[in-house]
Design a protein around this ligand. Structure first.
Ligand code: XMP
Length: 506
């Protein structure tokens, strides 16, 4: 069996590595760095990848792996911290870089099996330390204006390292790089595809839940809908879906979603009106993480109550990989506690959680949805976060602010659709910034709220670029929001990529 093992040193991007290997057509598995050699060798091993991570190799307690990794008779690729660790092991020297490299960086490549069909081009850098002396037997195969050693290799021992992040979309030849490593250097044939995945997942779900009943939290988004479709295939009518209206939905959302589920997809869905309980628990709360934890807990309490009524023991969630990694699972730092991971309470009244999409990215979930034959409008619906409008209102949440946000968001969606941009832009919404400023309307001074427009393009939500909406469309959006939404006198456009920003403001 062809299999690439990825040893995880705590990088934000390590699942992107797994995903790139999958795209090259080979099965991959992420394991903790100190995994035993038996576990790593497993049932067939074609290569090992050491990921990046937040540590410094000389720090006490910094993460490392067993030395035997380098003698397993398969190629080893170190990425960023992984390359530094490999170089330190073979006698190279690492030091804080004189110039910290962060962001898009032009790199020149020498001839190497790693860089076949890769001209000198942009890569994504994110590092404080650099290799300053190559270990004996290794040669340098790439450099940038600020970093002399951007890649190293010892072809005889099949050891390779890159300082940049080839897994990130911003690296121009990211797919080619992984083809070179997986198919070229590791000699894999490939052939593993998304279509195999649905069957594997349905099998795993059947094994996990046995004869038990399952309740599913359904949000109307693609993740929970694909997850529910998979479980439905595995357990049939032992699945009951629950759509919670927490009072933080967009205009007309509850009606639209419920009619869609009832009429288009034959799932058994119960709607729970929980507006009062969510909004009263959130009253006066301003801290983003506290909001997320209250919402995560309240969702679980609603699901527990519904599960008790029907005797369900498992809870299905449409958790996807970015939710997991940003919540700090697996040693990465906490960016935000996604409501279905870091925002969960410790005590959960279920025998277990079913999370079949936990290792997938949004675009992979969409491809899976298509391979399951789900309707295109559902598969391509723009993402909407579980905590809803709560994380788009800076400061405390009030009915007045919710009303302003809903109206402005509706106008934005309407104008984006009229401009024919709704499929081109990945996600777009308005934010209630909480900022008030002075304006003049109809010769009268105003002191009112500022609405921000956020629109981004992405494939996987891990990295995004703000969308370049044409000025005439922006102008229409701005005039309509100000004319049609009470207490708004200013509209701003968010021009921040991710990183350094995130998509949502909280
Ligand atoms: P950020 O803001 O982290 O968002 O760049 C990445 C993607 O995830 C969505 N998001 C969430 N989805 N529960 C969810 O189901 C959450 O708690 C949550 N927070 C953010 C966000 O809308 C974007 O698509």
């Amino acid at each position: 069996m062809e299999r690439i093992v990825i040893l995880n040193f705590g990088a934000q991007y390590n699942q992107l590595i797994a995903r790139r290997v999958r795209e090259a057509g080979v099965y991959s598995e992420i394991l903790p760095p100190m995994s035993s050699l038996e576990k790593i060798k497993g049932n067939g091993l074609s290569g090992v990848i050491l990921t990046g991570g937040p540590d410094s190799v000389y720090d006490e307690g910094s993460r490392t792996c067993l030395e035997g990794i380098y003698s397993l008779d398969v190629p080893v690729l170190g990425i960023c911290y992984g390359m530094q660790l490999m170089c330190k092991h073979f006698g190279g020297r690492i030091a804080p870089a004189p110039t910290r490299e962060y962001g898009k960086t032009f790199v020149r490549f020498s001839e190497s099996p790693m860089f076949v069909d890769m001209p000198d081009s942009i890569t994504w850098m994110s590092h404080n330390d650099s290799v300053i002396e190559c270990p004996e037997g290794f040669k340098v195969t790439a450099s940038s204006d600020t970093c002399d050693i951007c890649a190293v290799e010892d072809n005889e021992r099949r050891l390779y390292g890159v300082q940049f992040h080839p897994e990130v979309n911003h690296t121009e030849y990211c797919a080619q790089f992984f083809k070179n490593f997986v198919l070229g250097i590791c000699g894999c044939i490939g052939g593993w595809s998304m279509d195999n995945l649905a069957n594997e997942l349905i099998d795993e779900i059947s094994k996990q839940v046995g004869d038990c009943k399952v309740v599913a939290g359904l949000s109307g988004g693609v993740d929970s809908s694909v997850a529910a479709t998979l479980v439905h295939r595995a357990v049939g009518d032992r699945l009951t879906c629950i759509f919670v209206d927490h009072g933080l939905l967009r205009l007309n959302e509850a009606e639209e979603v419920m009619s869609y589920y009832r009429n288009e997809i034959g799932l058994n869905v119960i709607e729970v009106d929980a507006k009062e309980r969510f909004l009263s628990k959130l009253s006066g709360v301003t801290d983003p993480e506290t909001k997320r934890k209250i919402i995560g807990t309240e969702f679980i309490r609603v699901f527990e109550e519904e599960a008790r009524k029907i005797g369900a023991e498992y809870l299905l969630q449409g958790t996807i990989y970015p939710d997991v990694i940003e919540s700090g699972v697996g040693g990465a730092s906490v960016i935000k506690s996604h409501h279905n991971v870091g925002g969960l309470p410790k005590d959960i009244g279920f025998k277990g959680l079913v999370e079949p999409l936990r290792k997938l990215f949004k675009d992979e979930v969409r491809r899976l949805g298509e391979s399951l034959g789900m309707p295109a409008p559902l598969v391509w619906r723009q993402p909407f976060p579980g905590p809803g409008l709560a994380i788009r209102i800076m400061g405390d949440i009030t009915p007045e602010k919710l009303d302003i946000l809903r109206k402005s968001d509706f106008i934005l969606r309407d104008e984006i659709a009229k401009a024919g941009l709704d499929r081109a832009i990945w996600q777009y919404f308005t934010v209630f910034t909480g900022v008030r400023s002075v304006g003049v309307m109809g010769d009268i001074r105003t002191y009112d709220y500022t609405i921000a427009v956020r629109a981004v393009s992405s494939t996987d939500a891990m990295t995004v670029e703000f969308s370049e909406i044409p000025y005439p469309v922006l102008r229409r959006i701005s005039s309509r929001i100000i004319a049609e939404t009470p207490h708004v006198n200013r509209v701003v456009f968010d021009i921040t990529d991710k990183p350094p920003g995130t998509i949502e403001w909280e």
